[in-house]
Design a protein around this ligand. Structure first.
Ligand SMILES: [Zn+2]
Ligand SMILES: [Zn+2]
Length: 272
């Protein structure tokens, strides 16, 4: 089996990551990676707590251009953004985009999906009369439109609400309403030719034992002929390559025979 030596989902201290872009590059080199793509959080005007300001977005690109040059011949560096559904359009030129849904918009409120379980539960009580599946249906309706909204290449952490459901007590992932909701999003995004990332970010931070998306969803994506890549959603130097190669074993079990990587001429498939 091949080894994964690329990660396209990387954060820095320009947004909510802990390390500088250069520290992330040096750590990737040390770990034997051949390329690293940065995906700083694009500006979401309603919540600036975790994303890059407009000024920081410009600095981010300038710094990545400097690093591309400095480490040319050592490691390939790619410039991306993680566009939220509610982000402003990209403020800089990028080489690829990850499109992610971090909020469900309901009655004038942006409910953060991945901040804490209690925020999700209280919002579901307050805005959905306690019906978690209505909330999840709204989440996947938004996710289904992430390509039309952002023109993303990669769909980020498709089933983000699983972050607080490792013990299966927030919702039942086999509930027919939940299954229908994610299947709709999967079909829509495959018709948009998106690549789904298998994201180990919640595993490396101890929230779950499964990547995003859960293997149930991965099997559906494989069955419908969807494309995948693997990424760590890394926020610090210790997690850049977290379980990436292991995800290929899971991918094969779920029915995939290839995965996608990014190079200077764009995305290309690799047999796994
Ligand atoms: Zn994200
Ligand atoms: Zn991210």
């Amino acid at each position: 089996m091949i080894e994964v030596r690329q990660n396209l989902h990387t954060h820095t201290n320009f947004c909510d990551g802990k390390n500088t872009a250069e520290e992330m590059v040096l750590s990737a080199v040390e770990k034997g990676m051949t390329s690293i793509g940065f995906s700083g959080h694009a500006l979401t005007p309603h919540d600036t707590s975790y994303c890059m300001s407009a000024e920081n977005t410009i600095r981010y690109r300038d710094e990545l251009l400097r690093l591309k040059d400095k480490y040319s011949g050592v490691i390939s560096i790619y410039i991306g953004l993680e566009q939220d559904y509610y982000s402003v359009s990209p403020l800089i030129k990028t080489e690829y985009l990850i499109g992610s849904v971090h909020y469900v918009y309901k009655n004038g409120e942006h409910i953060p999906v991945d901040e804490s379980r209690s925020i999700v539960e209280s919002a579901v009580d307050r805005l959905y009369g306690g019906d978690i599946y209505s909330f999840l249906e709204d989440y996947y309706k938004t996710a289904a439109n992430i390509y039309s909204r952002t023109k993303c290449d990669i769909v980020g952490h498709l089933d983000l609400p699983e972050k607080f459901n490792a013990d299966d007590t927030l919702f039942d992932r086999n509930n027919s309403r939940y299954v229908l909701a994610y299947e709709y999003a999967v079909k829509e995004l495959i018709s948009n030719n998106c690549i789904f990332e298998i994201n180990t970010g919640a595993m490396s931070r101890g929230y779950t034992k499964q990547p995003y998306p859960h293997s149930n969803i991965l099997r559906k994506i494989a069955q419908l002929g969807g494309k995948i890549t693997v990424s760590s959603d890394s926020h610090d130097v210790s997690t850049i390559d977290y379980s990436l190669t292991e995800m290929l074993t899971l991918s094969k079990e779920c029915g995939f025979t290839e995965m996608y990587q990014f190079g200077k001429n764009g995305f290309y498939s690799v047999d796994i």
